[in-house]
Every structure is written in C-alpha cells, then in structure tokens.
Ligand binder design. Sequence first.
Ligand code: NAP
Length: 300
Amino acid sequence: MFNKIALIGIGLIGSSIALAARQKGLAKNIAISTRKQQTLDKAKSLNLGDEYFLDAKEAVKDADLIILCTPIGTFENIVKNIAPSLKQGAILSDVGSVKGHVQKILSPLIPKEIHFIPAHPMAGTEYSGPEAGFSSLFEGRGCMLTPSEKQDKSAIKLLSDFWQGLGSNVEIMDAEHHDLVVAITSHVPHLIAYNIVGTASDLEGVSKSEVIKYSAGGFRDFTRIAASDPIMWRDVFLTNRNAVLEMLEKFLGDLDELKSAVDRGDGDALEELFTRTRAIRRSIIEAGQEIDMADFGREK
Ligand code: NAP
C-alpha cells in the first residue's frame, strides 16, 4: 500500500503497527524513530523495521505515511521538528487516545500540502515498550479516524484501508464526539482503577501485604488497568479534561445513588442495576470484543 511508512515512537502501539504492516505487506519500507538509543537498539534487535533513526526528521524523509506513536504530550515538539522534512502529499497521522486536543495543537503546525488525519486504535494492553507489541493487536478492534471536514477524501480512504489492512474496524468520527465516547469507555474506567488501587494501598488497618495476598478477582482486574503506563495516562487526563470531567460528574451522581441504595438496604435497586450491567458484559462478548471464558480464561 505504501512505499515507505515512518513510525515515530516504537512502544506497544508502534511496534504492533510495524509487525502487522510487515506481516500483511502494507509497506515496502518501515522507518523507525525513537528518543532513546536503548529503545532503538531493542527495536533493531526485534527486527521491527528497515531503517532506524534517533532524529525523527531523518525517518520521515520520503515517507508516504507518518504515524506518531509517542505519548500525546510529545506530539507538538515532534511535529515542529519534522514538518519541514515531510514529503509533499504525505499523510501525517497519530494514535493518541485523545483527538480534540491533538487536532487543535497540531493543525496550525502542519504544512498545507500534508494530509493530517488523526487516528485512535481502540486496542492496547497494560504493557509498554517495543517488546510489548504483537501483530494481532488490532484485529477485530475499532479504529476511529477524526479528519477535518476539509480533508482530502482519497487520503482518508488510503489511511482507512491501511487500518483495515491491520485488522481494525474503521470508523470516521468527529473529534469532540470521539473524546466523549472514550472518556466513558476508557478514560474514566482508568481513573477509577487508579483510584481504587491507590485507596487500597493507603488503607489504614489493612496492610499492603494483605491487599496483595488476598487480592480477590475484582481487585486484581483493577490492578491490571492501574498498571498502565503513567506518562501516557497522565497526558490523557491533561488533554481530555472537559470530556473526562463531564463523564466523571455523571459517574459520581450514579455512585451517590448506589451508596444510598446500600445505605437504605434497597435490594431491588441493587439487583436491577446488577442485572443491567451483566447484560452489557454479554453484549461485549457477543460483539467479539471479549473472550467468553470465566475469569478471562485465567487458569487460577
Ligand atoms: P509506550 O509503549 O510507552 O511507547 C512510547 C514510545 O514513545 C516509546 O518508543 C518511547 O521511546 C517514545 N517516547 C516517549 N517519549 C518520547 C519523546 N519525548 N520523544 C520521542 N519519543 C518518545 O506507549 P504506547 O502504549 O505505545 O502509546 C503510544 C501512544 O499510543 C500514546 O499516545 C497513547 O495515547 C496511544 N495509545 C495507547 C494505547 C495503549 O493501550 N497503550 C491504546 C491506544 C492508543 P523511548 O523509549 O525512546 O523514550
């Protein structure tokens, strides 16, 4: 599909794109750039690309598609650095988990002849770094593209075909709407997980070793989410503040009602909610977004 793609950042998402693009034959040449020599050496030893650079502006030369795969807070400086070296007519995209902010900050920095099409693959794990990637990460998962209305349709189609080639189900969406959707499906759940694991570790009267030793399934599942990369998630909450606050407000209202139901011993209210939430879990399994195994298929 592309003669040359450049991946700026080669952590979980960048390395998964590299592996899948190579496996599916979507790029003849894959150039990789990252900040640290150690990470670049790791990417090289894993044979993730064809060319390796510490300076992103070297990597983007002659690239038809450039994807920013670093934490959102780094995008602005990276784009300032690479903008003069971008090939005319190239597509510049990213994989950041927030889209409104990215669009606002980057749009003024991008030369007119470059097609800027932000993207967000809804796929990930709690692991980071070049060794965390795997080629099937995007299979069957959503990928939202949030181009501006003026963006060239053929460039959108090309990027959409690329993500479909990686295995994703692509949807084109308005950036503000994207941010609201992910605030409730991804960002607030992470905040809740960070909070509950933090509360448990600060609890007086129950020791940290008891929390670890007797961690029940529910708590363990929160710790998986709360083990996600601190820098990436710091940037998500710094850049999707309004949507997160809006959803958090709704969440706190519902939590307050739930607290009252527990307080007054209202079994009907609890049962009604728990029945509804169980049905949501079934729908996610039926949509192929989760495995149909008890306790996520853990053996113990
Ligand atoms: P990651 O595994 O932590 O990798 C981050 C990469 O960015 C590394 O190659 C790191 O390189 C590089 N990097 C960090 N700071 C940099 C800087 N200042 N300048 C240049 N490179 C820098 O992260 P990830 O999980 O792949 O996430 C990358 C992006 O994908 C984020 O924007 C995130 O919002 C988005 N995303 C993540 C997930 C997920 O579940 N993880 C899902 C969807 C989208 P060095 O080691 O050389 O510093």
